[in-house]
Design a protein around this ligand. Structure first.
Ligand SMILES: *[C@@H]1O[C@H](CO)[C@@H](O)[C@H](O)[C@H]1NC(C)=O
Ligand SMILES: *[C@@H]1O[C@H](CO)[C@@H](O)[C@H](O)[C@H]1NC(C)=O
Ligand SMILES: *[C@@H]1O[C@H](CO)[C@@H](O)[C@H](O)[C@H]1NC(C)=O
Ligand SMILES: *[C@@H]1O[C@H](CO)[C@@H](O)[C@H](O)[C@H]1NC(C)=O
Ligand SMILES: *[C@@H]1O[C@H](CO)[C@@H](O)[C@H](O)[C@H]1NC(C)=O
Length: 564
């Protein structure tokens, strides 16, 4: 039959029909807070990131499971970047094919990573629009920050499909920071300002989590990092002032050791100040790095850019805390799957990645006029990161026990299956609270459930632009607090000649809550509709999808995590 087709018809067929979408389920709508500026001129230069299909992803996953399982003989036998590279590097065929495809369009200005699974190439808008069929680049602006994106989807020639996971720099907009100002927006604390509450400071955290003056870092080459993707900078002078105000009771550093990326000179951001000030308060006296990436080019995706960097640096801090999140349903499955693989690549190297669980409780997605569901957030929902939720003091004026902070992000992924390590904990929760669970149409009991643990997330003091600000709240506060404590444990492990903690979850879930303060009171927020009336999940004894296993009792956690 085929041979009977006239040649021209065949050509027509291949050019018109044989193309496909890598990210068919990516949300391409422009978020309402970005204003349209205009069409990008055809001669303007853009940078696109091509995620090449990797090899041995299954083996990578299996390796991560072994290296992070304390009962495995392989526990802690981490791989070097070189070894990760030889595991996942795309086939010669894939590398050659993608390069030739790019070259055939005149694209030659490309940089690759150590692992050769990313290519970042500059080209004109015109070339990009022929390479990726269907896209039209426009410029958008928000708060003086401009990006270049396409609001129509792209397809690529069929032969290219099997060699790429996705192309970065086309659709995803930089997210907004997590909402750190819930207190001023809902007035929860407006009236209590007069009560002279001191709020959460490093001393309060160190008291609650039982850190003594001796619990500071001591190993030369231990390090920790925070990552920033917004147009946000921490200010060295803010950090110094913060430490001189709040750091009297413990040995600490008052300077960041390394800034990777461009540190702008503008106003300091609340988020950036918070992260740095608090990771350096629990992870005191530990060398701290800041990864900052507002997007070097208008077409870059800052979060992806950070992932590419991790894949290209052989020497990295052991612990990274990140307060970035997007709705799962706004991202393509291909993108999330690939980013999840990038998390595995970090995990097998012994790197701990901690993500804030989000500040919208279970979240809410309007499916139809009447029907809603909860709205999981990514990367919080990735099975290969440790996700941190938030709590408040039961008595806000005392170092008392902790209850749910109603904003604490949590729930069940619709994309990632429930990993083995948490199955018994999560199923135990589902069973024990079965009678009071939200309706089954709101969430997916077979998905990865989060968060994994929690810490205080309410009423922090932060110094930003030289001014101490109270009432700062959100899981972007709890995440660096936990990160700093994991760094301290790494410090003690390195002193003992043990490998660092790496990907913590398999070990954390085996503790079954031992060494953590279980949080059992309170519910987080969700859809304001008749069915659930603003209530998501509720904390309960043992693990729950609001505060995970609970908050760290540092000396107890150190003791159990120093065993092997
Ligand atoms: C990765 O690092 C090498 C130097 O080690 C550099 O030449 C290359 O451009 C980097 N790749 C990317 C994508 O930035
Ligand atoms: C840690 O803190 C808790 C609560 O603040 C307290 O009950 C406990 O005795 C402290 N010490 C240890 C070693 O757990
Ligand atoms: C702080 O860390 C340095 C190594 O980076 C170490 O020499 C020093 O003893 C530490 N300070 C304390 C009080 O442990
Ligand atoms: C830290 O120092 C120890 C001893 O000096 C060394 O064996 C180890 O490789 C170093 N680790 C890193 C990450 O540099
Ligand atoms: C529920 O999650 C599983 C993966 O854990 C997924 O395959 C399934 O499509 C999800 N269901 C919905 C309704 O999203």
């Amino acid at each position: 039959m085929k041979t009977l087709l006239p040649f021209t018809l065949l050509l027509l067929f291949t050019t018109l029909v044989c193309s496909g979408y890598l990210e068919y389920d990516q949300d391409v709508l422009v978020p309402v807070d970005w204003a349209h500026v205009g069409r990008v001129s055809p001669t303007e230069e853009l940078e696109l990131t091509f995620a090449l299909k990797q090899q041995n992803v299954g083996l990578l996953e299996k390796t991560l499971r072994l290296l992070s399982d304390p009962d495995s003989a392989q526990y802690g036998k981490y791989l070097s970047l070189e070894e990760v590279s030889s595991l996942v590097r795309p086939t010669e065929l894939t590398q050659k094919f993608v390069r030739q495809w790019l070259q055939s369009h005149g694209v030659t200005n490309c940089q690759t990573t150590h692992t050769q699974d990313f290519l970042q190439c500059t080209m004109t808008a015109k070339v990009a629009e022929t390479l990726l069929q269907g896209i039209k680049f426009h410029r958008f602006i928000r708060d003086g920050h401009s990006v270049v994106r396409s609001s129509s989807p792209y397809s690529v020639h069929e032969t290219v499909l099997e060699h790429l996971d996705f192309v970065g720099g086309v659709h995803r907009f930089p997210p907004r920071g997590l909402d750190l100002s819930k207190t001023s927006s809902n007035g929860k604390h407006k009236n209590s300002m007069a009560w002279l509450h001191l709020g959460v400071t490093p001393a309060i955290l160190r008291a609650r989590y039982n850190l003594t003056a001796a619990d500071v870092g001591s190993v030369q080459n231990n390090s920790q990092a925070v990552a920033q993707f917004l147009e946000q900078y921490y200010h060295p002078a803010d950090l110094a002032e913060f430490m001189s105000m709040f750091g009297r009771s413990f040995q600490h550093l008052s300077k960041v050791d390394q800034v990777v990326g461009t540190q702008g000179a503008g106003k300091a951001g609340m988020e950036a100040s918070l992260d740095v000030e608090y990771i350096m308060s629990t992870g005191a006296n530990i060398s701290t790095w800041v990864f900052t990436n507002p997007g070097r080019h208008e077409s870059q995706e800052p979060f992806l850019q950070w992932m590419v960097l991790l894949s290209n640096m052989s020497n990295l801090p052991w612990v990274h805390t990140i307060s970035y999140g997007d709705d799962e349903d706004s991202l393509s499955t291909a993108y999330m799957m690939r980013i999840n693989t990038e998390f595995m690549k970090a995990g097998v190297r012994g790197i701990s990645l901690l993500f804030a669980s989000g500040d919208s409780g279970a979240g809410c997605r309007h499916l139809t006029k009447e029907a809603n569901s909860f709205r999981p957030s990514f990367p919080a929902s990735s099975p290969y990161v440790t996700t941190v939720g938030g709590t408040s003091f039961k008595n806000p004026f005392k170092v008392s026990y902790e209850v749910t902070d109603y904003i604490s992000g949590g729930g069940f992924s619709n994309v990632f299956k429930m990993p083995e390590y948490q199955a018994s904990a999560v199923n135990g929760y589902l069973k024990s609270v079965a009678a009071s669970l939200p309706p089954q149409t709101y969430f997916n009991t077979t998905g990865r459930a989060y968060p994994d643990m929690a810490a205080l997330s309410d009423n922090y003091w932060v110094v930003t632009n030289r001014v101490p600000i109270p009432w700062v709240s959100g899981t972007s506060a709890s995440t660096p607090v936990v990160g700093g404590m994991l760094s301290l444990i790494n410090d003690r492990r390195l002193l003992k000649g043990l490998p660092v903690l790496g990907f913590l979850n398999p070990r954390l879930y085996k503790l079954k809550g031992q060494a953590l303060f279980d949080v059992t009171e309170g519910c987080h927020l969700s859809c304001l509709d008749e069915q659930v009336q603003g209530k998501g999940f509720c904390a309960a004894p043992s693990w729950d999808p609001v505060t995970g296993w609970g908050t760290p009792n540092y000396p107890a956690l150190l003791a159990v995590l120093l065993e092997k």
